[in-house]
Design a protein around this ligand. Structure first.
Ligand code: 13P
Ligand code: SF4
Length: 316
């Protein structure tokens, strides 16, 4: 405990000396969330990166998120405490894959989830996150074909919500969310009969749970498909006391901290993103003390990727 508080003190001192801000994703370990200036979802972190007046951003999340910050704020120094913090979902598509896909559908509009590399974003017309994917797709004229990438579960959810038939969806998935099974969910919901159910649209079980009548009870008002920040808002505003949460388990720390008196259970305790957990308090300290590891997107890629991100920010 003492070591943690000493590290925290050191981080706070270094942050002041370097005019830095610490941004952390909702899936970060509790110690990192607690030392951050802002904790949020991909969209919230992108907005904070754009807004901050600090010269240095220590990005506690995965690599594509730090790249997004670099694209939005090219004049700031973006540091990530571990270069190993990748994302299995963003790894499912390369810029070359996307160029070839676009070549087969030359008139389509390419909409890509924020979980993509900067090179892929540079090929997109629109970027989106889990909290605004439906609005972004709705903003595209109905007669235009859409290439949606890379998450197939988010894509199929957006297609259902918008009623869009002319959407081609890339067959990518996140191993953490795809790993939460309908059986995990059913077991947890059976053990918390009064619970509301919050589910991230990257979950492979979103579609069967929403549309399979066998799970009847949850196709109605107790089911909420939300981004991680949407979950945070719902947990606060809802009158319910019990919640089952289908996403990465790191979010439970902030949920419990901000909502004493309410109960939150993970749909699956195995739903841990090993990439997100590569960021440690020691890593944050070293990042500030040794000025490492810089994430800098080359200007020509960043300029093209920025257009897709700015179109998204204008819509949401
Ligand atoms: P959110 O935008 O909902 O935070 O999701 C990002 C992510 O990586 C989910 O796995
Ligand atoms: Fe990527 Fe999945 Fe980890 Fe999110 S939880 S960062 S989508 S691997």
């Amino acid at each position: 405990v003492q070591q943690t508080s000493a590290l925290r003190d050191e981080i706070i001192r270094l942050k002041g000396e370097r005019d830095a801000v610490i941004l952390a994703h909702n899936y970060q370990i509790p110690d990192v969330q607690d030392v951050a200036d802002f904790v949020g979802d991909s969209l919230g972190l992108a907005r904070q990166a754009a807004r901050t007046g600090s010269k240095v951003i220590v990005f506690c999340g995965v690599h594509f998120m730090a790249e997004t910050a670099s694209i939005i704020s090219p004049d700031k120094r973006i540091l990530i405490p571990s270069l190993e913090a990748g994302c299995s979902l963003s790894d499912t598509i390369t810029a070359e894959d996307l160029r070839q896909w676009k070549g087969r559908h030359p008139d389509a509009i390419a909409v890509g989830y924020v979980n993509t590399t900067a090179e892929v974003k540079a090929e997109l017309d629109y970027c989106c996150t889990s909290s605004n994917a439906v609005s972004v797709v709705q903003a595209i004229p109905a007669d235009r074909e859409i290439l949606f990438l890379p998450d197939m579960f988010l894509g199929s959810y957006v297609s259902k919500m918008t009623g869009r038939k002319n959407m081609y969806i890339w067959a990518g998935e996140c191993h953490v969310h795809a790993g939460i099974t309908p059986d995990d969910v059913k077991r947890k919901l059976d053990s918390m009969r009064e619970a509301e159910f919050m589910i991230h649209p990257e979950c492979g079980c979103t579609t069967p749970i929403m549309y399979d009548v066998a799970s009847g009870r949850f196709a109605g008002e107790n089911l909420h498909v939300l981004s991680t920040e949407g979950m945070m808002r719902h947990a606060k505003e809802s009158k319910s006391r019990n919640f089952v949460v289908a996403t990465e388990t790191g979010i439970l720390h902030r949920m419990r901290k901000q909502n004493p008196g309410k109960n939150f259970a993970a749909a699956s305790d195995q739903a841990e993103c090993r990439y997100m957990k590569m960021i440690t308090l020691e890593g944050v300290r070293d990042s500030l003390a040794r000025d490492r590891f810089e994430v800098k997107v080359p200007p020509e890629t960043a300029d093209r990727a920025r257009l897709a991100i700015e179109r998204m920010l204008a819509i949401s």
